[in-house]
Design a protein around this ligand. Structure first.
Ligand code: URA
Length: 278
């Protein structure tokens, strides 16, 4: 049997992409199988002379980046609560989040994805995590699901100048993996404070993870969507409603009819709001 031909670089890259490895973390590859403390085998002549191994013969594996000190999730959650709660404005919260070192997702993301839209908006949409496009641009919902969200909002007369948009998790998890429950809990105080500071009249959670996390329900989206519930911002109670995540609607367009029902409920609630300053 003839051996399989070695895969080409393009095939290898396609394999990695398929497996979710679509970003480089460092400029240089790190051989994690190399043990930098073990001297390499001596060249034959030197091995027989039994000379001590010289420092210059140490393997040239690039130095590993200094190991980050892992913070226990409870400690990181407590720190997140403290610093998020202390931020008096959205700008301060943005700066605090940028400097926060308690969530490992920060180290693999390209940048923080804080928010888009109008901080004075009366309606706020919250998704789950930034994807690849958002990670590159630093803005939420700019990829294909974001384009659909724009069309959904336009259908009820909204656009990014009249809404505020953020995510529960502000850093893209590597390869778009699902955030761990710990990562979600560490990021939760920040999005809660963000909602409190924007102080919208209506909160819309998009998809299961954002809904379950913010509206504290275990129900799946089929059950939780399209129902008004109270959301306590910490300062006051506002109306909140869950709907489908646009990414889900792209995969299952059959649910767009139900999403339209939710959008009409939202439009009606917006119309019923007292005029600003009234
Ligand atoms: N999905 C989300 O939940 N948020 C984004 O910003 C993009 C995709």
């Amino acid at each position: 049997m003839s051996p399989e031909p070695a895969p080409s670089i393009a095939q290898l890259l396609a394999f990695y992409l398929e497996a979710g490895v679509d970003c480089a973390l460092m400029d240089e590859p790190v051989n994690r199988l190399a043990d930098i403390d073990v001297a390499p085998a001596l060249p034959a002549a030197e091995a027989t002379s039994k000379r001590p191994v010289l420092a210059s013969m140490k393997p040239t594996t690039p130095a590993r980046p200094p190991a980050k000190v892992e913070v226990a999730p409870e400690v990181a959650i407590a720190a997140a609560r403290e610093v998020a709660g202390a931020a008096p404005t959205l700008e301060a919260l943005h700066a605090t989040l940028k400097n926060f070192e308690g969530c490992a997702l920060k180290s693999t993301a390209t940048q923080l994805v804080f928010a888009a839209g109008n901080p004075q908006a009366r309606i706020m949409f919250v998704g789950e995590t930034p994807g690849r496009d958002e990670d590159i641009e630093g803005l939420p919902f700019v990829g294909a699901p974001g384009k659909l969200l724009d069309r959904m909002m336009a259908a009820i007369g909204l656009d990014r100048s009249t809404v505020y948009i953020a995510n529960v998790i502000p850093w893209r998890p590597p390869g778009n993996r699902t955030p761990t429950p710990q990562e979600t809990q560490i990021c939760l105080p920040f999005i809660q404070r963000q909602i409190e500071l924007v102080n919208p009249d209506i909160l819309v959670t998009l998809g299961n993870p954002a809904t379950q996390t913010l509206l504290r329900t275990k129900d799946g989206i089929m059950k939780s969507r399209g129902r008004w519930v109270d959301y306590d911002t910490g300062t006051r109670k506002i109306r909140a409603i869950a709907s489908f995540h646009p990414e889900y609607l792209l995969r299952s367009p059959g649910y767009k009819r139900m999403a339209w029902v939710d959008l009409r409920l939202i439009a009606k609630a917006l119309q019923a709001l007292p005029a600003c300053g009234a």
